[in-house]
Ligand binder design. Structure first.
Ligand code: NAP
Length: 517
């Protein structure tokens, strides 16, 4: 069987000892093994810091942008192979696989543009020189310079391509060497991408390392100039935040975690309106796409009481129409969950939700699967729940069920609606569907403190909006509270995580010479 290797200290390493097995979640066929036993992670970090870091920091943003362009070209040239791996190891349909793979390359291109725009410089100015004394001779300004350590990236299972590449694009453009660790269960695609990037020689030695399996003692060696960016569950995030590296050595930790994203129908929307249809499409898509295993997927749907029956009926019909099965079959629209433990976790969540909400549709053991050996694969059908008395169903705001599960519930007015959304504890994204501008403004303003991103669906953008589930490189990805409190992407804003902001004061004219706009 294929043994995944780690690429650290400028070489490929076979891990020793206990291995984890990667499966095809539709057939349960073993695809590969991974292990990191015996790897010297302290040396790996040191190689990145002392070899990759100086090489990247010597380059301008424009030069680093050309490296990203090189990565883009080799990845794009192998797109078909990546899509096949994503279908096999991720349980993704072809469209879901493209979403991950193309999301990765599109993000790279966005950061190529940002790097070219930043151009021939190594430093970013933050604002203008401010006068500090009575005369303009004495002033101060803020600059960003690249930190001198290594960036460790730990990613979740659901986006092995996009997750790895979006973090790497930002870290590398900022000038930091990257050590990337995908979730082990779906590491096949990220591993193959790394092989291709390494073979291409586009990156300087030490600029990119890859861990196939557990991080071992790597995080114990993190030092103050290093950074750790994590995407995954809130539980793992809590472990990482408790590391000495963070609590005692102040290593920056960025967390993207769970999220109970909301979709809201405005009181102005009538069944069958263009905006109604848009909302129905986006909710359906978020339940179906990647079998609901998307951090941005809509979990809670708030609808005016008078529209509940119609919306639930329409959504039920759409969800029951989804063809589930082995995504190797082109007719399949929704694949399995990614692993047995994921399936068990989602089934347990459905069980708990069922105690407080009415199940409208969905089954744990779908019997009409396409192209599946009987009894094999981690399948379940889309689950739709309805809640009539929201006060009696606190669970909808408490538990993220990371699968194809959505709950529809009523709201009375904007104020209680905002309060209910806030009970989710902080979200990555929420969406408001309304053509009533006063309602939309009130909601977008009221929801903003509880969300990293908001989308406004309206007849003006129906047909051109990518929906709330698509993370965009130019906009911030992250959210407060439960969502982790982190922030990634957001165009050039994303670079600041890998750079130190320093205030510098002195003779204003000289500061402007040293650090021109
Ligand atoms: P997870 O179990 O927390 O794992 C995430 C990553 O952390 C994996 O690479 C995992 O490696 C690693 N990991 C686990 N324990 C660790 C430890 N003690 N030290 C260092 N690394 C450790 O999460 P998941 O099941 O992959 O992902 C599902 C969760 O991620 C969901 O809750 C979802 O909401 C969240 N998510 C959030 C976003 C976002 O952008 N906010 C995006 C996607 C997913 P192994 O695989 O080797 O265990």
């Amino acid at each position: 069987m294929l043994k995944l290797k780690s690429y650290v200290s400028g070489k490929w390493h076979d891990g020793e000892g206990k291995t984890a097995t990667l499966l095809n979640p539709a057939t349960e066929e073993p695809l590969a093994e991974a292990s990191t036993g015996g790897i010297d992670f302290s040396a790996a970090l040191q190689h990145a810091r002392t070899v990759g870091g100086p090489a990247l920091r010597a380059m301008t943003f424009a030069e680093r942008a050309e490296i990203l362009q090189g990565i883009y070209e080799v990845l794009f040239a192998n797109r078909e192979e990546f899509i096949e791996l994503s279908i096999a190891n991720g349980g993704n349909t072809r469209n879901d696989a493209k979403f991950d793979v193309d999301g990765a390359t599109a993000t790279l291109l966005a950061y190529v543009d940002i790097g070219r725009e930043l151009g021939d410089r190594h430093i970013i100015n933050d604002g203008e020189t401010e006068q500090l004394g009575r005369t303009p001779r004495y002033g101060g300004k803020h600059i960003y310079t690249t930190m001198c350590g290594a960036a460790v990236h730990i990613n979740a299972f659901n986006f092995p391509a996009w997750g790895m590449i979006e973090k790497a694009a930002v870290g590398l453009l900022a000038g930091m060497p990257v050590i990337s660790k995908p979730a082990t269960s779906t590491a096949l695609l990220a591993h193959r991408m790394t092989e291709i990037i390494v073979q291409s020689g586009v990156l300087p030695d030490g600029a990119f390392s890859f861990i196939a399996g557990s991080v071992g003692d790597l995080l114990d060696h993190l030092a103050p100039q290093d950074a750790l960016a994590f995407t995954g569950s809130g539980d793992t995030a809590a472990v990482l935040r408790a590391l000495d590296a963070h609590t005692r050595r102040s290593v920056r930790v960025n967390v993207e975690a769970d999220s109970l994203n909301a979709a809201i129908m405005g009181p102005d929307i009538e069944s069958g309106d263009e905006t109604w249809q848009m909302m129905l499409n986006e909710v359906t898509n978020d339940v179906r796409q990647k079998a609901g295993q998307k951090c941005t997927a809509i979990r809670r749907v708030f609808v005016p009481p008078g529209q509940i029956r119609n919306f639930v009926e329409a959504l039920k019909e759409r969800l029951e129409d989804i063809n589930i099965g082995n995504p190797a079959d082109a007719n399949v629209r929704m694949g399995p969950l990614v692993s047995r433990s994921q399936l068990e976790d989602v089934a347990a969540g459905i069980d708990v939700l069922g105690n407080q909400a009415t199940q409208v549709s969905g089954t744990l053991q779908p019997d009409n699967l396409t192209a599946v050996d009987s009894g094999k694969g981690f399948f379940l059908s889309p689950h739709l729940f309805q809640v009539d008395d929201v006060a009696a169903a606190p669970i909808v705001h408490e538990r993220e069920i990371f699968g194809p599960v959505v709950t529809v519930m009523p709201y009375e007015d904007a104020e209680t609606l905002i309060n209910m959304c806030a009970q989710g504890g902080g979200s990555l994204v929420s969406s408001v569907y309304s053509d009533d501008r006063d309602f939309a403004r009130e909601l977008l303003t009221g929801l903003a403190p509880y969300n990293g991103r908001l989308t406004h669906g309206s007849a003006k953008v129906a047909g051109i909006s990518p929906g709330p589930g698509t993370v965009l490189p130019g906009l911030v990805h992250g959210g407060p509270g439960r969502a982790g409190g982190g922030e990634e992407l957001g165009g050039a804003r994303g670079l600041s995580f890998y750079m130190q902001r320093t205030a510098i004061q002195g003779y204003s004219a000289l500061l402007d010479k040293f650090f021109p706009r």
